[in-house]
Design a protein around this ligand. Structure first.
Ligand SMILES: NC(=O)c1ccc[n+]([C@@H]2O[C@H](COP(=O)([O-])OP(=O)(O)OC[C@H]3O[C@@H](n4cnc5c(N)ncnc54)[C@H](OP(=O)(O)O)[C@@H]3O)[C@@H](O)[C@H]2O)c1
Length: 359
């Protein structure tokens, strides 16, 4: 029987026993908008959290460093748990990430020694205790190493046995339930799998998910290395037993149809506010959006739903954590679970992308 919660399909994260809602909540832009450049704070955020749980969306993804390293994305979630109580906390799969430095809540900048960030045993212990405080909880369901921890020459800054030994200890201590990596290539992921075999207390201590950039317009980005390819990376993740959790699933909002070729001067949104137009508004991307909009229109769905349904059509994808900064985003995105893309549809999507992007 397929697992579901309040009508929301649930998926297992890789080969682990952890289930997540097929639609998750991406919380990069959650925080204290007055101080940290985030786009949604407590007031509207709490309403979105309430509605998310009503809709069965219980996988919430944050990081200690979101929004200028303020820690505020975690704090919003922590204040919500404090206000709603233990039974609500227990429904949520809290995913967070450590590696990047975190400054004081309202400080606009800070200096850090090399020990105040990264993947050393000392920093991992310190960082996780701080996450738990901000999240107002005593356990993290899914903890990611946010970055691969390598320097420019491709050497680990910290011996990986130390990093993953410290992660494994967190599981023993009950502070963390499952471990995962982010921004890792296939080779880096494979290496971590090998290290976990050496340092993990038993065979169940493993990497259960990989969170890399992946969406319809940026398919090879998932490989997280120059010249890497989507298909081989996904195969490597499957071999590693890791579920795929794509970040930027909507290409920062481009895959919602809000930003169209003819209307870029008058549009507002995060791509404009973040100044990332050059990264996303390429001719090829804008042409592809037009082609995909046509297809979504024929099916009577939004472009966001098409983009999310395309990711969910891949069984390797555990959950789509699109960033939500308004209630209507959540309402729109959850509808993607109702969209069934046939083999014919998937082929058509490939053709549109090939035609418009030359892929
Ligand atoms: N591991 C990593 O290194 C990493 C990096 C980046 C993100 N992440 C995680 O991945 C999550 C998802 O990525 P993301 O938030 O960066 O990008 P995204 O999901 O591709 O795009 C999110 C943006 O799209 C817009 N949006 C979302 N749903 C919409 C809808 N239905 N209709 C219209 N607009 C909609 C919103 O823009 P507006 O705010 O402009 O309205 C929102 O900020 C993040 O929130 C974070 O949890 C992880």
């Amino acid at each position: 029987m397929a697992e579901e919660f309040r009508g929301m399909p649930c998926r297992r994260v890789g080969n682990s026993g952890l289930f997540v809602s097929a639609i998750g909540l991406g919380m990069w832009k959650w925080g204290d908008p007055l101080y940290d450049g985030s786009r949604i704070g407590d007031h509207e955020g709490f309403e979105v959290f309430d509605r998310a749980l009503e809709l069965g969306v219980f996988h919430w993804d944050t990081a200690c460093s979101y929004n200028l390293g303020s820690g505020n994305s975690e704090r919003v979630m922590g204040r919500y748990f404090a206000s709603r109580g233990r039974s609500v906390r227990e429904q949520v799969v809290v995913a967070t990430k450590i590696h990047n430095p975190v400054r004081e809540e309202h400080a606009m900048q800070a200096d850090f020694t090399p020990n105040q960030l990264g993947a050393s045993r000392a920093y991992i212990r310190f960082a996780v205790d701080k996450c738990l405080q901000r999240l107002q909880t005593d356990y993290i369901d899914l903890l990611y190493l946010h970055q691969n921890g390598m320097d420019e020459e491709g050497n680990y800054r910290v011996p990986p046995e130390e990093t993953w030994g410290a992660f494994d200890d967190l599981v023993t201590q009950g502070k963390v339930h499952y471990l995962a990596v982010s921004n890792h290539s296939a080779g880096q992921m494979k290496h971590v799998v090998g290290v976990m075999k050496q340092v993990g207390k038993d065979v169940s201590r493993r990497i259960v998910a990989v969170q890399n950039r992946y969406n319809l317009l940026e398919r090879d980005q998932v490989a997280c290395e120059e010249g890497g390819k989507e298909a081989s990376f996904l195969k490597a993740a499957e071999k590693a037993g890791a579920g795929m959790v794509p970040f930027y699933p909507l290409a920062s909002g481009l895959l919602t149809g809000r930003y169209r070729k003819g209307g870029l001067d008058s549009v507002s949104g995060r791509i404009i506010d973040d100044g990332t137009q050059a990264e996303f508004f390429t001719d090829a991307n804008l042409r592809a959006v037009e082609g995909l909009m046509g297809m979504a229109g024929e099916k009577g769905i939004s472009l966001a739903q098409l983009a999310i349904a395309w990711l969910l059509a891949n069984a390797q994808v555990s959950s789509v954590i699109a960033g939500v900064t308004k209630m209507e985003h959540l309402e729109d995105n959850v509808q993607a679970t109702q969209v069934v893309l046939s083999e014919e549809d998937l082929k058509r999507i490939d053709e549109v992308l090939e035609e418009e992007k030359g892929e």
